[in-house]
Write a new protein. Structure first.
Length: 164
């Protein structure tokens, strides 16, 4: 039975995005770098080189490819050994509403896109997609911008300006 409140998604755009874990005061120590595996508005899974016990609280920081920054106090929910590393499940404790909404939108858009690809829908990519700025899929559309039309619209607006 699925107990999560938020849908998790794994995206190729997240591969190699560093996730930085820092001890919380009064503790100190070295930062731990991890590799993002999957993400939801409630938490994430990352792969790290060292063991961290469940219920440990840390500070997390990362930046997405579209420059969205995520900072939160987190709690380790589970630690699972995996190929000489550790897969840790993390719960966000202090994520901002804006960051949570952004991740929810990215998750929904990514999952919807995967469904369109799987179902071979003719129009797969949408430029209004919340994940568009980070997408690396071959189906991603390159927006067409006709500069002559854009400039013409600007000039028409100026010609009809009441300041004239």
């Amino acid at each position: 039975m699925e107990r999560r409140k938020h849908k998790r998604f794994s995206a190729t755009a997240f591969i190699n995005i560093p996730v930085l874990l820092e001890p919380l005061p009064p503790y100190f120590g070295n930062s731990i770098k991890g590799k993002l595996i999957d993400l939801s508005a409630g938490g994430m899974a990352i792969l790290i080189d060292q063991y961290i016990p469940a219920l440990t609280r840390l500070s997390l920081g990362m930046a997405f490819p579209d420059k969205t920054v995520l900072d939160s106090i987190i709690e380790i929910k589970r630690t699972i050994p995996k190929d000489n590393k550790y897969l840790i499940g993390i719960e966000f404790l202090t994520i901002s509403v804006q960051a949570q909404n952004r991740i929810e939108a990215m998750s929904a858009a990514y999952i919807d896109c995967e469904s369109r690809i799987r179902d071979k829908v003719p129009e797969i990519c949408r430029t209004d997609c919340a994940f568009y700025g980070m997408c690396t899929k071959s189906e991603r559309l390159v927006p067409v911008v006709d500069l002559d039309v854009a400039l013409n619209l600007v000039f028409q607006k100026l010609e009809n300006s009441p300041l004239r």
